[in-house]
Design a protein around this ligand. Sequence first.
Ligand code: GTP
Ligand code: MG
Length: 319
Amino acid sequence: MYKIPTILNPDEIIDKAFKRANKVQVVVKGRSQKHKKIAVAKVRKASNTISTTLNRYVKSFPSFDTLPRFYYDLFDVSLGIDAMKKSLGAVSWCGKTIQKIADEAVSNMHRLEGKKDVRNQVAGAYGRFSSVLNQISNDLAFLEKARRYLVRAPVIDVKKPTIVIAGAPNVGKSLIVKRISSAKPKIASYPFTTKGVSVGHFDFDGITYQVIDTPGLLDREMEKRNTMELKAILTLNHLANLIVFVIDPTEYCGYAMDSQLRILTDIKSRFEDIPIIEVENKADIMRSETSRIKISALNKEGIEELREILMQRLKERDT
Ligand SMILES: Nc1nc2c(ncn2[C@@H]2O[C@H](COP(=O)(O)OP(=O)(O)OP(=O)(O)O)[C@@H](O)[C@H]2O)c(=O)[nH]1
Ligand SMILES: [Mg+2]
């Protein structure tokens, strides 16, 4: 979703800068100042390469304070907005410091005459470039981790009508999302298969609807929820126009009915303004006596009916 270049580590950045510096060519009239001009050009090329590289990193990250709330919270839960800001600040500081070191070295060189003295200035500046870059090595490593997440972040249109699928782990949420939309989520017989928020679409009456798959929720207090559960909650909070709460009455998912129903009660009280459709899945194995909609995502039973109910409820919401 974002175009962020691969964040190199300090050694790689230094390597790139020194290679470029070694290739600089200077045109000089007469030989007297040639060694100095070459030295100055090398230090400038190296420092500019480093600071341009670092500035590009800083500029390519999103400006967090203007993000839609959903993305702000998602990135905060997944990576930590403050941590990213701090690391970007360190990278920016490093770029400026490198320029200052270069300015100092260049002004010293202008005052010096001896070839050895000038060479020492170059070596000194190079050494300080390395040491300043090494000071931000943890920041660069963290930002590279953040980059890998951000470039794959789900592309969600915060304005499109959105159905969010929620429920305990392993109840069949992802298979339902796959059945009703274009999404191709991972489906497996263990809890927390879905670790992040993923999106699929379907069209109806010329309107594109988003269907969002979320990680499973456990029956516990908000403070104890893990990162994956928090992603589910923030998705419900910021994006859902309609919630499909999936229940597995067979309990093959590994969570007892009373525990699943407590999660449902919690979600209902937390999101009072959002309509919730309660669905019992795995009807191929068992059907309970309740009046809830019964489907089997596995053999596609009840899927078309579910889709019609969803459309109906979204229409009611609009009128
Ligand atoms: N018998 C039967 N099995 C199903 C049905 N729907 C899903 N399953 C199985 O239940 C398991 C979990 O399915 P998922 O779709 O990954 O469940 P999930 O709720 O997304 O799980 P998490 O992402 O881990 O929270 C898989 O082994 C599915 O094949 C169904 O209707 N009938
Ligand atoms: Mg899943």
